[in-house]
Design a binder for this molecule. Sequence first.
Ligand code: F0G
Length: 456
Amino acid sequence: MSRIIEPFRIKVVEQLRMTTREEREKILRRAHWNLFRIPAEEILIDLLTDSGTGAMSSEQWAAMMRGDESYAGARSWYRFRDRVREITGFRQIIPTHQGRAAERILFTCLGVRDRVVISNTHFDTTRANVEFLGGRAMDIPIPQALVPAEEHPFKGNMDLVALERLLGDPAHDVACVIHTVTNNSGGGQPASLANIGKASELCRSHRVPFYLDACRFAENAYFIKLRERGYADRSVAEIAAEMFSHADGATFSAKKDGLANIGGFLATNDDALATKEEELLILTEGFPTYGGMAGRDLDAISVGLKEVLEEDYLRYRLAATRYLGNKLTELDIPIVRPPGGHAVYVDAGALLPHIAPAELPAQALACAFYLEGGVRGVEIGTLMFGGVDPQTNHERFAPLELLRLAIPRRVYTQTQIDHVIDVAAAVADNKDSLRGLRIVEQARHLRHFSAKLEPL
Ligand code: F0G
C-alpha cells in the first residue's frame, strides 16, 4: 500500500463548535490578543500544542480501569517502572506529574545556581526552570538550525564545536548538558545518533552529566531510522534504546510520546542523585511509587509507551505533519524545512518582514490564523523567549519568529488539516495588511502564557 493512512478508526467523537468571524473578533479582543486566554470551546482546530492533547486508544482506556490507586507499591507503578526501564535502560525511575516537574527536580538536585546548563535548544519551561534556580541556560544548535529554509536531515543536532569550547572554558561551570530530542523550540527537528553519541562522549570526558529531554523520543528515533545511515533495518525500539544508552539520565513528559494526557518521569543511573531526587519528589510531587500521577495515569502511559513505538503509527504520524508542511511550502508560505515530527513552524519573520521582532510578527500571525478560521497555533518567538534577560538586564529577542502549528496525536482528520491549509492560504494572501502587537501587561517568567497585548 503506497498511501499512508491513519492506522486506527474512530470510536468516540467530540463535538466542535463553529464561530463566525464577528464572534472571533470579539473573542480575540476579550482575550487581549493572547490565544492562551481563549476558552477551548471557542476554537475550531486547536494546534496550540501536541502536549496532553492526543487521543488515547481503547487499550489505554481499558488499562485505566486496571489502575491501582494504592498509595504505596501500586501494581500500576511496577508496570510503569518496568516499561520505562525496558525502553530507556535506566535503573532509577522517578514519576512526576509532567515534564517540567522532572526538570525542576533535576536542576534543583544537580544545583544550577550560578552555573550553566547547555542544550541544543531549551524548551521554554526548561529554560525558565534553570533561570528560576539562578542558573544560565545556553543554546547551541548547529548553525543550519537558525536558517529556516535550509534542508538538513538533523537540524536538531547540537553544535559540537561550541560544546567542546564551552566544556573546556574555565569561565563556565557547566551543571549539565541536555539534548532535546526532537528539538521542539528549534522546529521539531531530530538529532542524529552520531550527534547524541559525540555530545555524550565530550560530556563524559569533562565529567559533566549528559541528559536527554526525551519528550518526543519515538519520533526522533523514527527520523533516525529514515535518515541516518545504518539504521534503516533497526527497530524503533532498538534505536531509542541506543539513544538512551548515551545519556546519564532523561527528563520526559508523557504528554507527548507517552500518548497520555498527563504524566512524566525523571530517570538516571546515578543512585546517590536519585536518592536526593526522591526526597524532593516526596516533598512536592508524591510518594515514589506514584509521584505526581494517579495509578490509572501510570497504566495509560505504560500502554502508550508501547503503542508509540509501533511503526505503522510513526509512519502515519510523520506523514501527517509532512502533509501540512509540504502543502504550505507549495503555497510559498515559508516554514522551517523540512517539516518536523510533531509540528509545522511557519517562519513569520520571513512571511511578515514589515513587522519588526519587537512588534511580535509570529503572534500577529497566530491571531490572523484564529480570526480567519478559528485555528489556534502558538507563537515561538520574541513573546515566548524575549523580555528582559535576568543576567544582563537587557531586552532580548528570539533568534527566530515562528508560528508553531502542533498536531495532536491521533486527533484530527486530513479534511480538518485541509481547512488549516485553506486558512493559511487566505492569511498569506492578505499578509501585507497584518500589523504588529504591543505588550501591555506581562509576568516575570513565561510571560507568553498570560500577557495582555494590543494591536499597533
Ligand atoms: N521539554 C520539551 C521539549 C517540551 O516540548 C515540553 C513541553 C517540556 C519539556 C515540558 O513538559 O509540559 O509536560 O511540563 N512542551 C509542550 C509544548 C508544553 O507545547 O511543546 P510538560
